[in-house]
Design a protein around this ligand. Structure first.
Ligand code: SF4
Length: 441
């Protein structure tokens, strides 16, 4: 079986490329060319039918929602509801990151419940099942880890975050710089760090990269190179250890692509806003423009309860500077497992953020919606405002909950509505500009 990348390289436009082109309103050839160059990735796993979106250069920034149980809270129905909510509110992909309960059963239920492309971190399952059987993640057998990766690939997982870049060299760099203010926060990164330090051996995912790439290729799974040493504190951002891992991940991305495997490189993490552009430039230069996946990023450490806002600021700037894929953050980040409502809030915050970034990255292509909304507001055309809103449901809900005395306006200013106050004086000009703006849309 040839991967989407291999098929793109020989000039073939696949049904998946056509679907991705329709989703982003670009021509299929644009997608094919991006996939062939390794600048765009899309779902290619033949084991499941999934909605296909393209992630990468020249396309709208995509939003991932992560869900999953924890050892403390295992409620499969709630996780299924979260997955459905993420899809309903417009997430482009979903990561199933359960760490508590029957991991296979949860994944199966989630995969059956939604049509989104689903991603995982297979190391979680390998580490958790090892801990249950043997007592500690450091006893994990690399053979078992590779078996889990293959098993999940066969289930139709579209992309896997795999921490190949956490290796002896990177950990040496971490020790030389004197550890960190915020410690290590990536679960995958922490599992592997403990395994490497305890066993005094190289990361098997790095040492046996050929074997990993073979599995990804066999099932056309997108290899998302995890940022295992991403900073979990603003004051650790863009440090030597993170950059060392980025260099290694970009080398692996180049190798995997040369073998026909679609590849993403993951980034921060926690980062101040003035370092976002540099991180995007570095990743893009070092990886020859492989799609860049930003986790949040969270832009201050002092906003627990509001981390979806802190991350939305980071996401807007990331997408503006060229990041292609954003993992949402929910309000209880750093505090508790998200609820269904938290998932809705997280998805909407990230969607607003990437739209703001895309208005700069993609210019008029996404700005048209803003012009349509402006005209509808000026004209007090509420139905068009609702249908143009990023969440029609929320906009309707709020206005309906506090209806105006004058049906045309809203209760913000009521009869003092500025738009209505001056409209009569400018009717003739309004008609002219209305025609001009409608023509522009
Ligand atoms: S009442 Fe005020 S806020 Fe509402 S539409 Fe008119 S100007 Fe806008």
């Amino acid at each position: 079986m040839k991967t989407q990348l291999e098929r793109a390289r020989v000039g073939e436009i696949t049904p998946q490329m056509e679907e991705a082109a329709r989703y982003d309103d670009v021509c299929p050839e644009f997608i094919r060319e991006g996939v062939a160059k390794g600048n765009i990735v899309l779902y290619g796993n033949p084991h499941r039918t999934s909605r296909v979106v393209g992630i990468g250069k020249g396309l709208r920034t995509k939003v991932n929602a992560s869900i999953g149980t924890s050892p403390d809270i295992v409620d499969i129905d709630m996780e299924v509801e979260k997955a459905r909510t993420a899809e309903k509110y417009g997430a482009d992909t979903l990561m199933e990151l359960s760490t508590g309960g029957d991991l296979r059963e949860i994944r199966k239920r989630v995969l059956e419940s939604i049509s989104l492309t689903v991603g995982t971190v297979p190391l979680y399952q390998a580490a958790i099942e090892t801990t249950r059987k043997k007592g500690s993640v450091v006893d994990m057998d690399p053979e078992f880890l590779f078996d889990i990766i293959e098993e999940q690939a066969q289930e139709g997982i579209g992309f896997m975050a795999i921490h190949c870049g956490v290796n002896l060299l990177v950990l040496e760099r971490l020790k030389k710089q004197g550890y960190r203010f915020g410690g290590l926060v990536s679960r995958g990164g922490a599992f592997l760090t403990a395994w490497i330090e305890h066993n005094k051996k190289e990361n098997p995912l790095y040492e046996q990269i050929d074997r990993l790439v073979d599995i990804m290729k066999r099932h056309d799974v997108i290899l998302s190179l995890g940022n295992g040493l991403r900073a979990g504190a603003i004051h650790d951002s863009t440090d030597r250890a993170q950059i060392q891992e980025l260099i290694i991940n970009c080398e692996i991305a180049e190798y995997a692509q040369s073998r026909g495997v679609q590849t993403i490189v993951e980034g921060p993490g926690h980062i101040p806003i003035d370092e976002i552009e540099a991180n995007v430039i570095l990743q893009k230069r070092l990886s020859n423009n492989a799609p860049f996946y930003m986790l949040g990023p969270i832009t201050t450490d002092i906003a627990p309860g509001y981390d979806h806002i802190s991350a939305a600021i980071g996401a807007a700037l990331s997408s503006m500077h060229g990041a292609d894929f954003i993992c949402y953050v929910t309000p209880p980040e750093h505090l508790a497992l998200p609820t269904v409502e938290d998932v809705r809030e997280g998805v909407m915050a990230a969607r607003v953020a990437v739209h703001v970034g895309d208005m700069v990255k993609l210019k008029d292509k996404v700005k048209d919606a803003d012009m349509k909304m402006s005209i509808a507001r000026r004209d007090l055309d509420w139905e068009t405002q609702y249908s143009t809103a990023i969440s029609e449901e929320r906009a309707r809900e709020i206005r309906k909950s506090r209806p105006p005395m004058d049906g045309d306006t809203c209760t913000m200013c009521g009869k003092l509505c500025s738009l209505k106050t001056v409209r009569g004086y400018y009717q003739s000009y309004l008609e002219k500009s209305r025609k001009k703006s409608v023509a522009a849309l």
